[in-house]
Design a protein around this ligand. Structure first.
Ligand code: ADP
Ligand code: ZN
Length: 527
């Protein structure tokens, strides 16, 4: 095993060489390990693939006793334990997939000092048998992996994580480290509060993934768009496509396969066998596309995923960043691509309103969705925008996102915005975008005639712009909070307080042009 003869405790660097076979620490690893070996508490914020595991594995080996690691998924536990055993570390995993006898054997090994690392599922922690074993064991440290699971504002809330403060209450002298790849400031505060880590030192590495190119396009014909994206930029590459519903997943996977792009579906409605088989093929074979709901991803470690595409709007930037983070773990160029449209926003807002969650929760979800929308419509470097959500502020644009490649052109949209807003107002703030488009463009549909809306002053006042241009205007008005969605009714657009200065006082408003090559009129800005 790794221990030195003569009983001296091994040094961190030596363990890194001998047990893990690496030459040097990366980034903050050395500082984190030193801090934990010396008995301090730590909160570690590091992107996926950053090297969090060594941050607790090495201190566990350098200190007396066993390191206890709380990890949310059995599959993750099994992977880690297998890798450690291979490296000659005495590791075990405690979870509900074991027989009572197996669990007792592991706890006995812990008490007898025969383990270096013990991985535990969160629901096992607050049980009498486990706590009793801890009372009789030597404990090197507690590591709480995927610590954002403790926060109900996070996207992976696990109620069992809430009980983990028992570790601190009963074993106050044992150093603790919480680790996560997804911590925006509110989630971060929640982790500290819930786990009582106020004395922990915070180690925060950059969340930047410089090899990922970020791109967002306006959703028109999603199937054609994704096909063109794959064919142009990622032919024969492995990739993940996220869709909102199971039906869309099945449909898209079948359609792509028909188009000659081998694709597999993955969602919670498939049997466990099919899911496992599809996942195994995705990881093993080259050039497969996985079309999936967000059920797919946690614990997937395939280094050469070349693109992650979203065909529906994720509900928060945290979730989006974690999902796109599955691209390019090998450090080679990869793309995070998203198609988004107004219907996504309406759908998400309605879903949110219909939920029975407490008001405060809904309010937070709404703030997160608004940030996601603002990301889609931003005119600034996407990476700079994303990193700011994680409290990383950079002065320079990245040079590796769609906006850096093709800077956004803005135009004076005051008059167009007034037209759009008055179409909403004069039709009674009850209608969705497609109907409003008919009014603006003067399409005398039966519905418009029945409502008498073909006689409005606004009717046909927007003929000079295309449907796509109007859609883009409505999206931006929504993203900037001039317009909102009537989520209790049928998703009609309504005006907010901020619309007033533009509509009534002619306050000027600049919007971005969608970077579309096709069918753009030259005279848009003078209309
Ligand atoms: P995370 O948990 O942060 O997603 P991991 O701990 O799984 O990341 O590490 C990601 C990969 O980087 C693993 O393959 C790991 O072995 C490797 N790694 C971590 N630290 C080092 C290092 N100092 N030198 C070389 N490789 C490292
Ligand atoms: Zn950029």
């Amino acid at each position: 095993t790794y221990r030195q003869s003569g009983g001296t405790k091994p040094q961190a660097l030596e363990v890194l060489h001998r047990v893990f076979g690496y030459d040097a620490f990366r980034g903050e690893q050395a500082a984190i390990i030193e801090h934990l070996v010396a008995g301090g508490d730590a909160l570690v914020l590091m992107p996926t693939g950053g090297g969090k595991s060594l941050c607790y594995q090495i201190p566990a080996l350098c200190r007396d006793g066993a390191g206890i690691v709380i990890s949310p998924l059995i599959a993750l536990i099994q992977d880690q334990v297998a890798a450690l055993e291979e490296a000659g570390v005495r590791a075990a995993g405690l979870h509900s997939g074991l027989t009572p006898q197996e669990q007792r054997d592991i706890l006995r090994a812990l008490v007898e000092g025969d383990l270096d690392l013990l991985y535990v599922a969160p629901e096992r922690v607050n049980t009498p048998s486990f706590l009793d074993a801890l009372d009789h064991a030597r404990i090197a440290l507690f590591a709480i992996d995927e610590a954002h699971c403790v926060s109900q504002w996070g996207h992976d809330f696990r109620p069992d994580y809430r009980q983990l403060d028992i570790l601190h209450e009963r074993f106050a002298w044992v150093p603790r480290v919480a680790l996560t790849a997804t911590a925006d400031p509110p989630t971060r505060e929640d982790i500290v509060r819930q786990l009582k880590l106020d004395r922990a030192r915070v180690f925060s590495t950059s969340f930047d993934r410089p090899n990922i190119t970020y791109r967002v396009v306006a959703k028109r014909e999603p199937k054609k768009q994704i096909l063109a994206f794959i064919k142009d930029d990622h032919a024969e590459d492995a990739g993940i496509i996220y869709c909102m519903t199971r039906k869309k997943v099945d449909d898209m996977a079948a359609w792509l396969t028909d188009q000659g792009i081998p694709a597999l579906p993955y969602h919670a409605g498939l049997s466990a066998d099919v899911r496992a088989a599809n996942q195994a093929r995705f990881i093993r074979e080259e050039g497969l596309v996985m079309v999936a709901t967000i059920a797919f991803g946690m614990g997937i470690d395939k280094p050469n995923v070349r693109f992650v595409a979203h065909l529906d709007l994720p509900k928060s930037i945290e979730a989006y960043y974690q999902e796109t983070g599955r691209a390019g773990r090998d450090g080679l160029p990869a793309t995070a691509w998203m198609a988004y449209g107004l219907a996504d926003v309406v759908f998400q807002r309605q879903r949110m309103m219909q939920s029975t969650a407490p008001e405060e929760h809904k309010r937070r979800e709404r703030v997160k969705l608004d940030a996601m929308l603002a990301y889609c419509e931003t005119a600034e470097c996407r990476r700079r925008f994303l990193l700011r959500q994680f409290d990383e502020h950079r002065a320079e644009p990245c040079g590796n996102c769609d906006i850096c490649h093709e800077p956004v052109v803005t135009w004076d949209a005051t008059e167009a915005a007034q037209k759009a807003m008055s179409a909403i107002y004069r039709t009674g703030e009850r209608f969705g975008v497609e109907y409003l488009l008919d009014i603006l463009r003067g399409n005398g549909t039966d519905k418009a005639k029945d409502n008498g809306h073909d006689r409005l002053k606004t009717f046909g006042c927007g003929k000079d712009m295309s449907n796509d241009e109007w859609r883009s205007i409505f999206r931006q008005l929504l993203a900037q909070g001039f317009v909102s969605v009537d989520v209790e009714g049928f998703g009609g657009l309504t005006l907010t307080e901020s619309a007033r200065p533009v509509l009534l006082n002619g306050e000027s408003l600049r919007l971005r042009k969608d970077p579309v090559k096709a069918s753009r009129k030259a005279d848009v800005s003078t209309s």
